[in-house]
Design a protein around this ligand. Structure first.
Ligand code: ACO
Length: 314
């Protein structure tokens, strides 16, 4: 019998320290007006002492609480992150220990596409019948790999975590998932160290990233809807990766999809990489906009490039 992977709980967490655009003006040749107009970002949260695992623990416990299950019932944990706390062990195993789970746990790295890659991976375990309950988390502290003197990247990112609990379901859940990578874009967006023990920072050709993101995400949304035989009118919500309001608006425009049905958190969160989609999704669920039974499209793209979409019935 067909098995669906259904989201039964969501959670998120942001570190308490707020850094506004006005704060950035103090050390960078930039302005609130420039940042807000070019990106849509007004403020972001930044870790002080919190680790990637610490952020993930709070988000995961909230998702488990909403799902009404105990961590000991989990069959698998997948943690999407680009900023693991250590080279090894996997941050997912630290999370497993901290929340009191005993299942296999591994990290997955697809930068800002990490959450859609992790959901797609988790779905395969449920479809295959080898797991019934899976915790999927996106947690990143991108502030650790930012050059705070580079105004073209320092303004874009924030830290945080988002989590979902998936359960096998006979009726509905993930309807479609699609992931892609193309390594030829390496130089457009990367951390500029070659050896793992060197400290490196994000470097980016912003214009190029912008153009690639709009093209890939627009075509992928059209492809996903076509393959699922649904029109954009039938879609209740789009929860895109929160990188730049202009990327999101351009994709919505190409789909003829109203911005009122797009969940946006980037004004307050910035780009939280793998956490951005589950953070925005949890926000929409908890404030009552996204309801059980709604059809929701997740779309993410990140360095690599890697990109993907997941269509769900919530
Ligand atoms: N404050 C003020 N001026 C700035 C800043 C800043 N923070 N950053 C750049 N500028 C200047 C540039 O130096 C340039 O000046 P010049 O004309 O004198 O040379 C001018 O502003 C325009 O620069 P552009 O790079 O052309 O500005 P653009 O409109 O492309 O906006 C931005 C830059 C916001 C980075 C945009 O390209 C973008 O958002 N790209 C997508 C990048 C992204 O989202 N990356 C996240 C990771 S990947 C992902 O998540 C999808």
């Amino acid at each position: 019998m067909n098995k669906f992977a259904r989201i039964i709980g969501t959670g998120s967490y942001l570190p308490p320290k707020v850094v506004t655009n006005a704060d950035l003006e103090k050390n960078l040749d930039t302005s609130d007006e420039w940042i807000a107009a070019r990106t849509g970002i007004k403020e972001r949260r930044i870790v002080t002492n919190e680790s990637t695992c610490d952020l993930a623990v709070v988000a995961s416990n909230k998702a488990l609480e909403m799902a009404n299950i105990n961590a000991s019932e989990l069959d698998l944990i997948i943690l999407a992150t680009t900023t693991p706390d250590k080279i090894f062990p996997a941050t997912a195993t630290m999370l497993q220990n901290a929340i009191g789970a005993s299942c296999p746990a591994f990290d997955l790295q697809a930068v800002c596409a990490g959450y859609v890659f992790a959901l797609t991976t988790a779905e395969q375990f449920i479809k295959a019948g080898s797991a019934n309950k899976i915790l999927v988390v996106g947690s990143d502290a991108m502030s650790r790999i930012l050059d705070w003197n580079d105004r073209s990247t320092a303004i874009l990112f924030g830290d945080g975590a988002g989590a979902v609990v998936l359960s096998s379901d006979q009726d509905t859940g993930i309807l479609h998932s699609d992931i892609f990578s193309d390594g030829k874009y390496l130089s457009s967006l990367q951390v500029n160290n070659n050896f793992i023990n060197e400290t490196g920072f994000i470097e980016m050709a912003g214009n190029e990233v912008y153009r690639i993101a709009v093209n890939k995400l627009s075509s992928l949304a059209e492809k996903t809807l076509k393959e699922c035989n649904i029109s954009s009118d039938e879609l209740d919500w789009m929860v895109p990766h929160q990188a730049n309001i202009r990327i999101i608006s351009a994709v919505a425009k190409r789909l003829n999809f109203p911005m009122e049905k797009v969940i946006l958190t980037l004004d307050k969160h910035g780009n939280t990489s793998a956490a951005s989609i589950p953070l925005a999704f949890d926000t929409g669920v908890r404030d009552g906009r996204i309801k059980k039974g709604d059809t929701v499209l997740f779309e993410g793209i990140g360095g690599g490039f890697s990109w993907g979409s997941v269509l769900i019935k919530f």
